[in-house]
Write a protein that binds this ligand. Structure first.
Ligand code: ZN
Length: 326
């Protein structure tokens, strides 16, 4: 079953849907202290922003991205959706974050344990379910200093995602057979899959049988992207999907910062396989990441029109809505 040696199997990025763009920007760069590493548009719907948040360089595995749709209806967690996005923080920083979340009115519950690690759960302003997981070894990873959160406590990329499924087994087969994960533990109806120690290395499958189907909207994950080192590794994964799972991925799309294919995994969640290169410094220097609106070459001719259609990001911060209970 194993065609190639996998060095970098893990999550590349997670993309979700938000409401107001400015509120989303303030929450992720302010309250959570991530770096905005790219301000661009949704290539398939270019009058909408696409924000990428990550570490200093936007390394794969640190990226949570958003399509802000001001008037999107709220989503509802359920079968066939990623129900939670988790970030890694140093194990010793859970106390700091507990205080910070309370201070920010984010209704954090006391830390719980999940597979031996302390977990703080809360919601973003659109109700997206988030978690901070205290992780041994996370402190060795690079930290982005947002000027407010001490670097020692900063988020160190994605921990992983939890997927809600009727039946976990077919999704597990794709994770282990194609995406380079292995089963690492079970607690009741949840199973942990791991692909190495670094950022983006965990996927939790939550099998719930015939529970309510999820409904995508504001506060929902749109898709989960996994890493491929390069085009040839991606092609090998596409071939394994077809050969071993009867799943046909899309043709490759150029996403400017990576190249991607997409497919519905057996539980109906949209998965992507994205190349590590070229990365976010392809169109602006590292020091300036996220500062200016960046457009792919095929949209550059429409810059004036698009910039006028996008919502302004300056001015007053809109009121936070009550975080959803998800
Ligand atoms: Zn994506």
């Amino acid at each position: 079953m194993r065609g190639t040696v996998r060095h970098l199997a893990r999550i590349h990025h997670v993309t979700a849907i938000s409401g107001n763009a400015r509120r989303n920007l303030d929450f992720y760069t302010g309250a959570l202290g991530l770096r905005l590493v790219k301000k661009t548009v949704n290539f398939d719907d270019p009058t909408t922003y696409h924000f990428y948040y990550g570490d200093e360089e936007g390394r794969p595995g640190t990226l949570l991205t958003f399509f802000p749709w001001e008037h999107a209806a709220p989503g509802r967690n359920g079968v066939g959706l990623a129900e939670e996005v988790a970030f890694r923080v140093p194990l010793g920083s859970i106390g700091y974050w507990t205080h910070r979340l309370v201070e920010k009115g984010l209704a954090a519950r006391p830390p719980a344990k999940r597979f031996g690690e302390p977990v703080l759960t809360f919601g973003d302003p659109d109700g997206l379910a988030l978690a901070l997981v205290g992780t041994t070894g996370a402190s060795a990873d690079p930290a982005w200093d947002n000027g407010e959160i001490p670097a020692e406590h900063a988020i160190r990329g994605l921990h992983g995602v939890t997927l809600m499924l009727a039946d976990a087994a077919p999704t597990a087969a794709v994770l282990t057979g194609v995406l380079g994960f292995r089963e690492a533990g079970r607690e009741g109806s949840i199973a942990l899959f791991e692909a190495g120690e670094g950022a983006g290395g965990k996927v939790v499958l939550h099998a719930v049988g015939n529970f309510l189907a999820g409904r995508q909207g504001r506060g929902s994950v749109d898709h989960v992207a996994f890493r491929a080192t390069d085009d040839s590794e991606q092609a090998g994964m596409v071939e394994a999907l077809r050969r071993d799972h009867g799943i046909v991925a899309t043709e490759q799309k150029d996403r400017q910062y990576f190249r991607s294919v997409y497919f519905r995994e057996p539980g109906q969640i949209l998965f992507e396989i994205a190349t590590d290169r070229p990365g976010f410094t392809v169109d602006e220097p590292k020091a300036a990441l996220g500062r200016d609106l960046k457009l792919p070459p095929f949209l550059e001719a429409r810059r004036g029109e698009l910039a006028a259609a996008l919502p302004p990001l300056d001015g007053d911060v809109p009121q936070l809505s009550t975080p959803g209970s998800a």
